[in-house]
Write a protein that binds this ligand. Structure first.
Ligand SMILES: [Zn+2]
Ligand SMILES: [Zn+2]
Length: 247
């Protein structure tokens, strides 16, 4: 069944043109060569970034490879890898996935990730890859978790187990976007938990947390805190798009 599906997809890819997810040009792949070349030149992953939170570094921060914010208050997570800036070419395709429910864009975003940093991150030592969860209510409303839809197709070592069920999220009726940084930190407290049946298997393990967008880092920091409270030894963030440092 799987083989016939793959053959069908290969035949379709050769016979039917597809629109590039960023420029909409019809051609053969989910992202065209020009847009891919542009990302290869300008994507955030090609820049010197803080190893801990993934933000682009100022010249004075380069020697330590760490931003002043992480120097000042150490986050709970240990490393962060981001594909590109929030304002870059991939913002529109991500919005098409999240808000227009164009689910095929998830596979296209994963392929773009795989082409740009998949190989570099493939051999990273880790045990689990978990997407940032949505609450049951939010999942019912949207119909899918965009982070999981992207994460399940991204390249990683065969030893890394992917699961959308280990990390869980309570429902919060307030709206996160636009609220102040302080309010965001408060609102996110106690929001996440580990599925009780999975707590034991996380002890002393390394966990990769995948998020579609990292803004202040409050969500990922709270998740890392919860994971470490449950015995995880190391938390690594993989992020599709990273918002710039607030001015
Ligand atoms: Zn294009
Ligand atoms: Zn940092």
């Amino acid at each position: 069944m799987r083989i016939s599906k793959n053959i069908f997809q290969t035949i379709c890819a050769h016979l039917l043109p597809t629109a590039c997810i960023t420029c909409q040009e019809f051609q053969k792949f989910s992202i065209c060569n020009e847009c891919l070349d542009s990302l290869k030149d300008s994507a955030l992953c090609n820049y010197q970034c803080c190893y801990q939170c993934g933000i682009a570094l100022q010249a004075s921060e380069v020697p330590k490879q760490k931003c002043v914010d992480c120097e000042y208050i150490e986050p709970y997570f240990d490393e962060t890898y981001c594909l590109d800036r929030y304002e870059g070419l991939l913002q529109t395709p991500l919005h098409e996935l999240k808000y227009q429910k164009r689910i095929a864009f998830a596979g296209a975003l994963s392929s773009t990730w795989n082409l740009l940093i998949g190989q570099e991150l493939e051999d990273i030592p880790a045990d689990y890859l978990l997407p940032v969860p949505l609450s049951i209510q939010k999942l019912a409303q949207r119909g899918f978790n965009q982070s999981w839809e992207i994460a399940k197709h991204i390249r990683c070592g065969k030893h890394i187990q992917k699961s959308p069920y280990v990390l869980r999220r309570h429902h919060y009726s307030g709206h996160q976007a636009g609220s102040s940084l302080c309010n965001r930190y408060l609102a996110i407290q106690g929001m996440f938990y580990v599925e009780p049946n999975d707590i034991q298997k996380l002890k002393n393990k390394t966990v990769i947390v995948f998020d579609d967008v990292m803004t202040s880092g409050a969500t990922l920091n709270e998740i890392a805190r919860v994971l470490k409270d449950n015995g995880v030894s190391r938390v690594i963030n993989w992020v599709l798009l990273r918002a710039a440092r607030p001015i």
